[in-house]
Design a protein around this ligand. Sequence first.
Ligand code: URA
Length: 438
Amino acid sequence: MSTVRVYDIITKTRDGLELSREEIRFLIDGYTAGRIPDYQMAAWCMAVYFRGLSPEATAELTMAMVNSGEVLSWPELGDELVDKHSTGGVGDKTTLVLLPWVAAAGVKIAKMSGRGLGHTGGTIDKLSSIPGFRVDLNRAEFVQAVEEAGLAVVGQTGNLVPADKKLYALRDVTATVDSIPLIASSIMSKKIAAGASRIVLDVKTGSGAFMEDLDKARLLAETMVDIGVKTGRRTTALVTNMDQPLGHAVGNALEVREAIATLQGKGPEDLTELCLALGAEMLIQADKVRTPEEGRRLLLEVMEQNLPIEKFRRMIAAQGGDARVIEKPELLPQAPVCLEVHATRSGYVTHIATKTIGLIAMELGAGRQRIEDDIDLSAGLEVFVKVGDKVEVGQLTARVYGPSQDAVENAAAKLKEAIQIGESPAQPLPLVLARVSR
Ligand code: URA
């Protein structure tokens, strides 16, 4: 057997040469086990950053990461689980709406989700704002909740993809996060290790997204779909706009409130539309329909029958939460202080600095800077205008919710700057920018 050396793997990657499966596994296993030092792994990440990886090597890397830890499967729930992943955005409460909606159309959903970090939120934090709601179900409870309600969403447990935890921390301090093969393998390895065999990806792009640039977002989507194809997981991606917050609400309890309204057919247009687009893809993956058009029709039909909100009610109850929040959203955590923001001039909304809005919400307490930070589930804001809207001076554009008068005044001042109003009409932004499927 040939002897593999880390030095040679780094050299080959630096020179743009192909790596074998054996070399990639040697690297990932050795790094996870602590046999390969950070300085060599950092050099390899930098080589990947500059030279990229072939599609084959990217898929091999993904599977090497998957196999670095526990790999879940859910035979009790049928083999083919459909999962959805978003690369993260501001006001992105899609999962809260999408999953009950798709479950209402007859697809079983068992999802593991994460907490928020930085300017983007996480589904688990949002659900935690429902009084009593348990996100820490054990395996038997999780399976039972899925059987009972048709869907369940829990926090990530177990030792899934330890290679990614270590590698991501290293990339974070060596300026190598921003590499498409490394991002794609990081995301896909976590989905695959959690047991997903059919995957719908929402790759966000724009001023509030991790991938601001459309071309890079499209490439990320293509790379992830390719990993899916090469590893036998049916994968479709939509590249969607994050150049303005999704819906109005940004902040945990506020987003749950908006999700409830959307599940009742009374939500913001963009959020509803995105859920229809992603939901149709999930229905295709689950073999319920054959085309996006058929998927949309089925979703609209179940909405007509008020089924999505009933699914959400059952999910809350099955996970120990107080389902009365549906009729009484005031049971959700309420911020002590609320301040309205009004337009200081007439004109058209030309730009919304979306990442800034996410950061304002984080500073109010809605998000965490570091993973160990506590958050305030009641804090956040609502932005009522969209790019292209005409506004009159004095019109209500936003509301800020926070722990003190100082906090909301400070946030409101920043929010005014983040919503730009100009003289000439700006084009409303398209929501779905690309669909990637093979
Ligand atoms: N999100 C991930 O999960 N991994 C990355 O590498 C980047 C974003």
